[in-house]
Design a protein around this ligand. Structure first.
Ligand SMILES: Cc1ncc(C[n+]2csc(CCOP(=O)(O)OP(=O)(O)O)c2C)c(N)n1
Length: 881
């Protein structure tokens, strides 16, 4: 701020405002201020409004609602949870130092959790759909500690924190490191272990709940989505990526609580600045309702005494690194270094003991103030709310950890530190109990346990709990929605067009149709989906407030409150988060939905792979469609768009079934199986299909069931050899057509009889072969794998070519009985025609012929072909160019 040239005049303006507030209230004062600012702008005055408000609580004490609980009992419950969480981590690491875990984060967040548990977070039950809580991952020990008091977990379970394997060997329940629905499917709902995934998922979850309501699939409700996150976590781009969406969509069903302990792992979040100011500015600018909860009730008498605003000024002059040091030090230090900097401040605490100064709590440790903030947040309408709660990291860990630079990774405490912790929280534990890290659960009839049970009963049961109960659905057979694909009689069509047509038809199915959620990230036109705009509409909570430019067209851009398509804009992370929300609706809402997210395949596993991993953990059911796939099939788009590796990433996700189909009928068979397995059999798996934009004649589905089974299991013989087969050509996706051409050339030009196999999924083949192998060497079964069942020991040479890197077909090398050569698109993509690209990467028909001749030892023919392909002048391999 510039220097004040006339302080008296400034004071007069301030006094006028104070008088206005006193006489006519805050609303009127705010109106006048807005009017004055607008006038200033017209006069050309560029006022620098404050980017952040004063470093004080948003809710003044006089506006706090009466606290409806028993604060003393709640504090005792919180203390017990703190102890059990700490004991769980320290025990695990005493036994096995490699296990890890965190104490300091939950220690700082315990009260934020407890107020939620005691007063706000409603369980799913007959009366209520349940609130959804995204929980800070490394606070998991505290959530387990509470589940222990609630009787859901036993002492033996707590003793197996981070010991899932050892526990299950003993018939016990191991507790996963972080929230993992895959590992604890009756407990955790949302995987948040990877920072940033929680915040973005929570926002799209809240939006998806609105989507279901607006489409009439669920009744309007007051269910809330809560997220407890770290201030360091807000650094992640995903954490803040969708803040404006939440405000735009007026998601007042969403509450974020950011635990501002001012520290992350290595040190302060903003040592030389103030993270709370930064987050206030960010969230306010994004359109959120911001509640700052900075100081506990013990400060209130000081604020009342401090009529001159000395405290606010002192806070304004203190950076987070210093606040952290104040947290780590005792009352005497704080008196000297904080209050001692200004006589007015020192006077405020002149009659306070050092102990009383030490006991001054930050807002996030005062359950009465936390209650007030939550109470206001859940009643706020028209905006999402964020509560910025200031806490101390490692709260109560004393010398051993509170505010210490290294506290994040502290997982061992000596006996003195344990005793100090016990004393700090007045826990009824003997010295021996402390040293032995005994878990503590009060008597079932104690005041604490009765209170805890009553509170949870009032809120409908316990949280978190995950349910997988949902009605089964019997999807229609593919003949009903893909007859065009089963017998296209050579009609030209791309596989992208084929799947979009199937989706269009499926959307018309009376049972399954309404449950489908088509999702795009601003690429619907690219994939030929514009017809769906009119057919099912684009979801918009506001309907359509304008006349679309193309209103006269049959395909016009139609937004509607009950629109079905989620058009997410250019955010693959957002679209994927929507896909997760829809694909877990069976669990979260008891309402199975089936999302199809169609996107540029390069911007999937590569760009938002970690979200896909979280989706797998969360048991998401749905289809991911990587359109415009294939490094040589997406001709002109070049290096950054051409995907040659998504199938590698997909192959590493255990419950992802990934396919690279060549023909429309293959897609029909795969989608039909996916529908059946996800909706009817209720398997927790999802499907990844790559489809291309190359128009090509579509053959009819081969007769009989062999092809159908082969398509699903990973490969089937597409073309018999003319005569006794000498070689097998394997290919997937668009490169199957090149293999068919290669087989024809081998036959016509070289008299070689070649079979052609369409490999719909190298990863399914490899997975199946690994399973069969393992069963054999463990002496469990001698059942052959699909590859063995097809080929036996028949050691014909095999050439495999795909539009992906060689590592994709290499997955099955161990099980190919004969010589095996793989061709692929390793290297950077280029923009050119498909023919040029397939020549550049050496995967086209000619190159398959060359590989075959070479493997067959046809030296002369191979030599002639090499000369024709100018092989001598291709010194540098494509992956080095
Ligand atoms: C994507 C990702 N990167 C890094 C980590 C490792 N990590 C776990 S907790 C943490 C620090 C968290 O700090 P903050 O969000 O401020 O939470 P606090 O523990 O201070 O409450 C880090 C870096 C992670 N879990 N996820």
């Amino acid at each position: 701020m510039a220097l004040d040239a006339d302080p008296q005049e400034t004071a007069e303006w301030r006094d006028a405002l104070t008088a206005l507030v006193e006489r006519e209230g805050e609303d009127r004062a705010a109106f006048v201020l807005d009017a004055v600012l607008a006038h200033a702008a017209r006069l050309g005055v560029r006022a620098h409004g404050p980017v952040a408000s004063a470093y004080l609580n948003t809710i003044p004490p006089e506006q706090e609602p009466a606290f409806p609980g028993d604060a003393r009992i709640e504090e005792r419950i919180a203390s017990i949870n703190r102890w059990n969480a700490l004991a769980m981590v320290v025990r695990a690491n005493q036994a096995h130092g490699e296990l890890g875990g965190h104490i300091a984060s939950y220690a700082s967040a315990a009260d934020l959790f407890e107020v939620g548990f005691n007063h706000f977070w409603r369980a799913r039950g007959p009366a209520h759909g349940g609130d959804l809580v995204y929980m800070q991952p490394h606070s998991a020990p505290g959530v387990y500690a509470r589940a222990f008091l609630e009787g859901f977990l036993t002492e033996a379970d707590l003793a197996h924190f981070r010991r899932e394997i050892a526990a299950s060997a003993q018939g016990l329940r191991g507790l996963s490191s972080y929230p993992h629905p895959w590992l604890m499917p009756d407990f955790w709902q949302f995987p948040t272990g990877s920072m940033g995934i929680g915040p973005i998922s929570a926002i799209y979850q809240a939006r998806f709940m609105r989507y279901l309501e607006h489409r009439g699939l669920t009744a309007p409700s007051d269910r809330k989505v809560w997220g407890i996150f770290g201030d360091g976590e807000m650094d992640e781009p995903e954490s803040v990526a969708a803040l404006t969406l939440a405000a735009r969509e007026k998601l007042d069903n969403l509450v974020f609580v950011v635990n501002c302990n001012l520290q992350r792992l290595d040190g302060p979040v903003r040592g030389n600045g103030r993270i709370i100011d930064e987050l206030e500015t960010l969230y306010t600018g994004a359109g959120w309702n911001v509640i700052k909860l900075l100081w506990g009730g013990d400060w209130d008498p000081l604020f009342r005494r401090d009529t001159a605003g000395a405290l606010a000024r002192a806070f304004a002059g203190t950076v987070d690194g210093q606040f952290q040091t104040f947290a780590a030090k005792d009352g005497a230090y704080n008196r000297r270094q904080f209050f001692g900097r200004d006589p007015a401040l020192a006077a405020l605490v002149a009659d306070w003991s050092d102990k009383a100064i030490d006991g001054l709590r930050r807002g996030g440790h005062d359950i009465v103030k936390i209650y007030a903030a939550y109470h206001r947040a859940v009643r706020h309408t028209g905006q999402p709310t964020v509560i910025l709660a200031q806490t101390k990291k490692g709260y109560g860990m004393g010398e051993a950890g509170q505010g210490r630079m290294t506290t994040h990774q502290q997982k061992k405490l000596d006996v003195d530190a344990l005793l100090a912790f016990r004393d700090r929280f007045s826990l009824p534990l003997s010295d021996a109990d402390c040293a032995a890290l005994r878990f503590y659960r009060p008597d079932p009839d104690s005041a604490e346990m009765r209170y805890l049970r009553e509170r949870r009963a009032a809120l409908g049961g316990c949280v978190p709990r995950r349910s997988a109960e949902a009605p089964r659905m019997t999807p229609p057979r593919c003949e009903a929605w893909a007859s065009f694909a089963l017998a296209p009689k050579g009609k030209e069509m791309s596989t992208t067009m084929a799947i979009v047509r199937m989706l269009t038809a499926l959307l018309k199915d009376p049972a399954v149709g309404p449950r489908i959620v088509p999702i795009v990230a601003d690429e619907a036109r690219t994939f030929g989906m514009a017809n769906l705009f009119r057919q099912v509409g684009i979801y918009s909570s506001q309907g359509q407030l304008y006349e679309p430019e193309d209103i006269g067209s049959v395909l016009h851009y139609r937004e509607a409150r009950d629109g079905q398509i989620l058009e997410e804009g250019i955010t693959e992370a957002g679209a994927l988060s929507s896909w997760i929300a829809a694909g877990t609706s069976y669990s979260v809402n008891g309402l199975p939905m089936l999302p199809f997210y169609i996107y540029y395949s390069m911007f999937g596993f590569q760009r938002v792979g970690d979200l896909i991993w979280a989706a797998a953990d969360q048991r998401t059911r749905g289809f991911l469609v990587g359109a415009t796939s294939g490094r040589t099939t997406l001709g002109g788009e070049g290096l950054q768009h051409q995907d040659g590796s998504s199938h590698l990433a997909a192959s590493a996700i255990p419950n992802c079934r990934a396919y690279d189909p060549a023909y429309a009928y293959e897609i029909a068979v795969i989608v039909e199986a996916g529908l059946r397995r996800m909706l009817d059999d209720q398997r927790d798996e999802f499907y990844y299909l790559t489809v291309g934009n190359e128009n090509a004649p579509q053959p009819d589905m081969p007769a009989g069931d062999t092809a159908r089974e082969g398509i699903l299991r990973g490969m089937y013989r597409l073309r018999q050899a003319d005569g006794q087969a000498e070689i097998r050509l394997l290919a997937s996706g668009s490169i199957v057509r090149e293999a068919v051409l290669a087989a024809e050339r081998l036959h016509d030009e070289h008299g070689v009889a070649a079979e052609v196999w369409s490999v719909t999924s190298f990863s399914e083949l490899a997975r199946d072969a690994r399973t069969a192998d393992r069963a054999r060497w463990l002496g469990q079964s001698s059942a052959p794998s699909w590859i063995e069942a097809q080929w036996g020991r028949d050691a014909l040479p095999v050439v495999a070519a795909t539009d992906y890197v060689r590592a994709v077909p290499e997955q099955i090398r161990a099980w190919v009985p004969g010589p095996y050569r793989t061709l692929g698109t390793d290297g950077f993509g280029r923009s050119d025609t498909r023919a040029q690209l397939r020549d550049f990467f050496e995967i086209g028909a000619d190159w398959q012929v060359l590989a075959a001749l070479d493997l067959l030892g046809r030296r002369e023919a191979a030599g002639a072909l090499r000369a024709r392909l100018d092989a001598a002048n291709r010194q540098t391999p494509p992956w080095e160019r």
